[in-house]
Structure formats: structure tokens, C-alpha cells
Design a protein around this ligand. Structure first.
Ligand SMILES: Nc1ncnc2c1ncn2[C@@H]1O[C@H](COP(=O)(O)OP(=O)(O)OP(=O)(O)O)[C@@H](O)[C@H]1O
Ligand SMILES: [Mg+2]
Length: 234
């Protein structure tokens, strides 16, 4: 069964002369359990698409089904509930709370989801940060902070992990470590991963590469032999 089935999806921002069509009649299916990359130049509509899939925003027209459920028909309240039950988000910026330790940052979100300290510790161990749990964000490197934000996103074991340029602010070596953490999460938790990048080399680690161009799907490639992040160079 498909994780997402996207039908005639259009998103316009603004009105009249200022109107921008960010997504134009997109049709796409994303199977469950894959590591998928959304690739495309700046302005091609990648973040707009991810925001719709994560129920952060509503399309202008068209439908997104999450398995059998039309998530575009949800009320604001249902959108919030859907996000907290099914989606983990990772962004370019880590958005950690500076006065909380790594563990407390993860616990803060697990508490909201009704989970235990153990779940938070487990998530930090998956991303290789067991030793740094009691450090504050300012005491961690950028890559470590990003791994805390991944731990925060995965602690509730979401069905889907949506990542918008998670390595965008990191140097090459640190970026690889973060991609390895995401791959490990994918394998350990069996969550589907959708990762946005404009980097064609990073796309080589994906099972499926969806390329967007000017608000449309330019092509979809299945990768028979995805590379491990350590094999990628950019
Ligand atoms: N809130 C908004 N209001 C108006 N226009 C917007 C808004 N968000 C995005 N857009 C426009 O929609 C188009 C697609 O934007 P989007 O952010 O989805 O691109 P992107 O592929 O994520 O680009 P980048 O790689 O730079 O992040 C762009 O032309 C952008 O200017
Ligand atoms: Mg973007």
C-alpha cells in the first residue's frame, strides 16, 4: 500500500498579480517503507510539497491520501493530531531549546506524545549520542545538535520522517554523519523517510528520487543499489 497518494495537487501562494504557483497539478505515489529523496533547484516546490505531506499547510486544490485517509480534508485540529501521531520533522535549523539538555529536549517532545524517559534515551542512543545526553545545545557541535533534533523527531517512532535539507548548515563530514543517523533510523525503526536536498550526490543514498522542476514532477527514479552515506562525495 502507498504511504502517500498525491492527486492533482496544486498550491498557490498570494493572489492576483502576486500569485505564485508553487506546485502545479502534481500526481505522485510514494510507497511505504522507502528512503525517498525529493530533489530540485531552489524554488522548485520541495518545501511546499513536504509541508503539505506533513499536514502543516493545505493545498489550493487536489488530494493527498495517507494510506486510505484523505489528509487534505482535515480540520486544523485533526491536522495537529495527525502530525503528532504520524510525522517526525527535521529541518535545516535544529530548533533546540537552549536551556534544556539534549535529553530534556527530546523528553520535552516525548512527554507531549505520552512517552517515557527511556524512549528519549533510546532515540539518543540510535543517533549515537548516549554519551552527550546531559550536554546543553551550546556545548554540542552543529552535527550533534542536528542529531538531537533527529532523536527528538524519532522518539515517538513516527510512521514518516520528513527532513528538509537536514545537512544544509553542516560541513561535508558532519553532513555524512547526519545522513548515516537518518539511514540507521530508517533501518531500525522501519520508518519511511522523505529527505529534501538540492544535492544530486546525496540523492544517491535514496531508494527513490523524485525530481521537481518549476512546481512539477520532472522525473521519478528508482535506485536499484542505493549508496551508503560514507560512499557519497560532494
Ligand atoms: N509563504 C509563501 N508565500 C509566497 N510564496 C511562497 C511561499 N512559500 C514559498 N513560496 C514560493 O513558492 C515557490 C516554491 O517554494 P519552495 O519553498 O517550496 O521551494 P524549495 O524547492 O523548497 O526551494 P529552496 O531549495 O530554496 O528551499 C517559490 O517560488 C517560492 O518563492
Ligand atoms: Mg525549501
Amino acid at each position: 500500500m502507498n504511504l502517500f497518494t498525491i492527486t492533482d495537487l496544486t498550491k498557490e501562494y498570494g493572489e492576483g498579480g502576486a500569485k505564485v504557483t508553487a506546485l502545479n497539478q502534481i500526481n505522485l505515489t510514494i510507497p511505504e517503507g522507502k528512503f525517498a529523496v525529493i530533489l530540485g533547484a531552489s524554488g522548485s516546490g520541495k518545501s511546499t510539497l513536504l509541508n503539505m505531506l506533513g499536514c502543516m499547510d493545505k493545498p489550493t486544490s487536489g488530494i493527498i491520501n495517507f494510506f486510505d485517509t484523505d489528509i487534505t480534508a482535515f480540520s486544523k485540529h485533526k491536522m495537529t493530531r495527525f502530525r503528532s501521531e504520524n510525522i517526525g520533522f527535521v529541518f535545516q535549523s535544529y530548533n533546540l531549546l537552549p536551556d534544556l539538555t539534549a535529553l530534556e529536549n527530546v523528553e520535552f517532545s516525548t512527554e507531549l506524545a505520552g512517552l517515557s524517559r527511556k524512549d528519549a534515551e533510546n532515540a539518543l542512543s540510535i543517533v549515537g549520542l548516549s554519551e552527550r545526553m546531559n550536554h546543553y545545545p551550546a556545548e554540542l557541535s552543529g552535527g550533534e545538535q542536528q542529531r538531537v533534533s533527529i532523536a527528538r523527531a524519532i522518539a515517538k517512532n513516527p510512521k514518516v520522517l520528513l527532513c528538509d535539507e537536514p545537512t544544509g548548515a553542516l560541513d561535508f563530514n558532519t553532513g555524512i554523519i547526519v545522513l548515516e543517523a537518518l539511514k540507521k533510523v530508517h533501518h531500525r525503526q522501519k520508518s519511511s523517510v522523505l529527505l529534501i536536498t538540492h544535492n544530486q550526490e546525496i540523492a544517491k543514498i535514496a531508494d527513490i528520487v523524485i525530481t521537481l522542476r518549476n512546481g512539477g514532477v520532472q522525473r521519478i527514479n528508482e535506485n536499484p543499489a542505493p549508496l551508503s552515506p560514507s560512499e557519497v562525495v560532494w
